[in-house]
Design a binder for this molecule. Structure first.
Ligand SMILES: [Zn+2]
Length: 89
């Protein structure tokens, strides 16, 4: 279940329904594809796993400010790019 995709699909389907109801010449043409596309998005969102949150560095490490390599909290320089790490606030 992926809520963002589910909501997006719902929105698209509602838009398609609105286009269909309004029967504007050009928008009407898009109403059926919108409803179908929204339906597909809703169905797909139900089968996708929950999206993972922001990536966190391993315990005792932080990400290098320059190349995003995990750097031990104690070390002042990145072992990968030798960049001096900003001090923790
Ligand atoms: Zn680095």
């Amino acid at each position: 279940m992926r809520p963002q995709l589910f909501l997006g699909g719902l929105l698209v389907a509602i838009m398609g329904g609105g286009f269909y109801a309004l029967q504007l010449p050009l928008a009407y043409f898009w109403s059926i594809p919108f409803v179908i596309g929204g339906g597909i998005m809703i169905v797909v969102s139900l089968f996708l796993p929950e999206s993972e949150g922001p990536v966190l560095p391993p315990e005792g490490f932080r990400f290098c400010a320059y190349c995003a390599t995990p750097v031990p909290l104690a070390s002042e320089r990145c072992p990968h790019c030798d960049g001096v790490q900003p001090r923790e606030a």
